[in-house]
Design a protein around this ligand. Structure first.
Ligand code: CU
Length: 343
C-alpha cells in the first residue's frame, strides 16, 4: 500500500525527469543534456543520490508501516538493539563515507585530472554582461570579446573567473558545474565539450536589476573551425558591407557610421584598429560575428543593433550605457550598419 504508492510516485518522477530537457532556454545536465565531462559527472552524481535516497526512503517508510500496523512479533523485532545500531548508526556511516569518497574522486576527474588546459579564457562578470579575454599559454592577452565564447571540441578549456563589482556565478549547465566569480579572487573552472553545439550560460548568483538578462553562449566548434574563428577574432576591425543584404550599405554609410561611433561611443567601447579604445563596455571589434547582443537579450541583426543603441535603457534599465535616442535617424542607421559589418 504505502510502498506501492511510493513506487508509483517514483516511476512517475523517473518517467517525467527527462522531460526537463524540454525546457528550451537552459537545459540541465541531470535531466539528460550533458555535453561536457563535468556535466556528465554531475548527472551521474545526481542520479546516484536520487536513486539511493529514494531507495532508503522506501525502506524507512516500509519499516514505519510495519511499526504502526504490523503484527506484534514483527514490531518486537523492530525494537531489537541490533537493528537500531546497524540501521541507525553503522549504515549511515558506511553509506555517507562511500558517497564522500565517490564525490571527491568524481570532482577531481571533473577538473581534468590535472592535465594542462589547451585554451585559457579569462571571464569577468560585469554589470550585466561578460567580459571575455582569450589568453596565450603564458597568460598574455590575445584578444577580447563579450558574451560569446567559442571553444574547441574535445580539448580542456580553463576559465579564470573574476569580478570587480559584486559576486556573479558562471554556469553553463550542459558543460559543467557552477562557480562563483568573487571580487579579489580568481576561481578556475575546467570544461571539456564532448560534442559540437551551442550551449546557453546564465549568471547564477543574483547580481542586481538585470541579473536575469546576463546570459551568454558557449559554442563548441570542431578544431579547424575554432582555429579559423580565433584567427579572425585576433585581427583588427575591418568594416565590410554585410553580405546577403537586399541593398548592401554603401561605403559612405559605413564611413559615416564609424565617425558617429568615434564621437559618441569610443569613450566606452574599443574597436581594435580604430581610435576607439574605451573599456567600460564590451569590445566591439567583431560584434557583427556574435550570436546575440547585450548578453543574450537581443538577436544580432541591424534592426536590433539600432534598437539597442536608441533604447538601451528601455531594454536593460539601469545598465551603464545611455540610450542614444537623440541621434538623427540617418546617423543611427549608419552606426548600426557599421557595427553589423564588423564581422
Ligand atoms: Cu551576474
Amino acid at each position: 500500500m504505502l510502498t506501492r504508492g511510493m513506487a508509483a510516485i517514483l516511476s512517475y518522477v523517473l518517467a517525467t525527469a527527462p522531460a526537463g530537457a524540454a525546457l528550451p532556454r537552459l537545459p540541465s545536465a541531470p535531466t539528460g543534456g550533458a555535453a561536457g565531462d563535468g556535466a556528465g559527472v554531475i548527472a551521474d552524481i545526481s542520479q546516484i543520490l536520487f536513486i539511493g535516497a529514494t531507495a532508503i526512503f522506501v525502506v524507512v517508510m516500509a519499516l514505519v508501516a510495519v511499526a504502526l500496523f504490523g503484527p506484534a512479533s514483527a514490531r518486537r523485532r523492530l525494537a531489537s538493539p541490533a537493528l537500531i545500531v546497524g540501521a541507525g548508526i553503522a549504515f549511515p556511516v558506511v553509506a555517507l563515507t562511500a558517497l564522500l569518497v565517490y564525490v571527491l574522486s568524481a570532482g577531481s576527474s571533473m577538473a581534468g585530472d590535472g592535465a594542462a588546459p589547451t585554451v585559457r579564457i579569462a571571464v569577468k562578470g560585469e554589470l550585466w554582461w561578460w567580459r571575455v579575454r582569450y589568453l596565450d599559454a603564458s597568460g598574455a592577452a590575445l584578444f577580447d570579446t563579450a558574451n560569446d565564447i567559442r571553444i574547441p571540441v574535445g580539448a580542456w578549456v580553463e576559465f579564470e573567473l573574476t569580478s570587480d563589482n559584486v559576486i556573479h556565478s558562471f554556469w553553463v549547465p550542459e558543460l559543467g558545474g557552477k562557480l562563483d566569480m568573487i571580487p579579489g579572487r580568481v576561481n578556475r573552472m575546467r570544461v571539456r565539450a564532448q560534442t559540437a553545439g551551442t550551449f546557453t550560460g546564465q549568471c547564477a548568483e543574483y547580481c542586481g536589476a538585470q541579473h536575469a538578462n546576463m546570459k551568454f553562449h558557449v559554442v563548441a566548434l570542431e578544431p579547424d573551425a575554432y582555429r579559423a574563428w580565433q584567427e579572425a577574432q585576433a585581427r583588427p576591425a575591418e568594416a565590410r558591407p554585410a553580405e546577403a543584404q537586399p541593398a548592401p550599405p554603401s561605403e559612405p554609410t559605413l564611413r559615416r557610421g564609424e565617425q558617429v561611433f568615434l564621437q559618441a561611443c569610443a569613450q566606452c567601447h574599443t574597436v581594435r584598429g580604430t581610435d576607439a579604445r574605451g573599456t567600460l563596455g564590451p569590445d566591439l571589434t567583431h560584434v557583427g560575428s556574435r550570436l546575440s547582443l547585450a548578453a543574450g537579450v537581443l538577436p544580432n541583426n541591424v534592426g536590433a543593433l539600432a534598437g539597442w543603441i536608441a533604447g538601451s535603457q528601455h531594454i536593460k534599465p539601469g545598465n551603464p550605457m545611455p540610450s542614444f535616442n537623440q541621434l538623427p535617424g540617418e546617423d543611427l542607421r549608419a552606426v548600426a550598419r557599421y557595427l553589423e559589418g564588423l564581422k
